[in-house]
Design a protein around this ligand. Sequence first.
Ligand SMILES: Cc1cc2nc3c(=O)[nH]c(=O)nc-3n(C[C@H](O)[C@H](O)[C@H](O)COP(=O)(O)O)c2cc1C
Length: 325
Amino acid sequence: MQIGPYTLTNPVALAPMAGVTDRPFRQLCRELGAGYVVTEMIAADPSLRDTRKSMWRSDFEGEATPVAVQIAGSDPEWLAEAARYNVELGAQIIDINMGCPVKKVCKKLAGSALLSNLTLVEQILDAVVTAVDVPITLKIRTGPHSENRNGVEVAKLAEQCGISALAVHGRTRAQRFRGEAEYETIRDICDNISIPVFANGDVTTARQARDVLAYTGADGLMVGRGAQGNPWIFRELNHFLQHGEELAPPDAEEVHTVMTEHLARLHRFYGERTGVRVARKHIGWYLKDRTGSKRVLYDLMRVQTAEEQFRLLEQHFLTKSKMAA
Ligand SMILES: Cc1cc2nc3c(=O)[nH]c(=O)nc-3n(C[C@H](O)[C@H](O)[C@H](O)COP(=O)(O)O)c2cc1C
């Protein structure tokens, strides 16, 4: 799959998720096989630029190429300026968020709320494409609501405006995260434009990945929630897509090693205090479906230091390996 001058190593991407796909998680997913990753959305509002949150989100030091940065907002000039700013910081691709249904984003008419206003969509795309010399990509939903699935129209507009790739979440804005993703609109979009498309929504298994790609004709897949606590999903999906056979999930030893490394990176990236808090969320996802984890999860949600987090995890996995022996 190609985005502007960049050839992706494989077509399975990590979907942007605010509060999840920070630099440590993106790097980990890359190492475990994601062919492409995108930052969390970064507010285009210049008054938010110097907040700690925006600074963490605009930190792409040491990341693999291409560095794709997502911006969110509704003012074409602000978005153009945010694109310039992030390109100066090292962004190689700018992604525009028109897919987020969250109230905080939508009430300012950003994210997926924009899908109801095609004039503004066009102004935004024109402004950002003109502002910088890097490929611009767009992430959308299938439309504002089920009576107006205008995804094909938006996709055609995007192509005309010079967008280099499109990611489509198979839900309308009104659906938020309810119901199941539908792939018909994604298929129609793929039939109507010639820029690369990522299909997105509810893909959590290798077979689903194969089926969604085959059904929609999309060039790539974006996986969001399926990667939470499961960064191995990228190597599993890629293995299946390449060889048609399922790869065994990681054993307990590998889960422990990867978790430990992930936590250490979070502590370094955010500093210990914030890092320990951010790590709790990931620990919850890693352990939620693993048998015998209830008690340690309870304890892990309460510890305050990096050392305690590592110690409890180590103890947990040691007990597990003794029980397995
Ligand atoms: C916690 C969370 C945060 C998200 N943040 C963003 C975001 O910052 N930008 C964006 O375009 N989509 C965001 N999304 C939407 C995802 O990128 C993706 O489209 C959606 O989760 C559907 O894919 P999935 O079923 O594989 O999770 C977010 C989703 C979740 C669950």
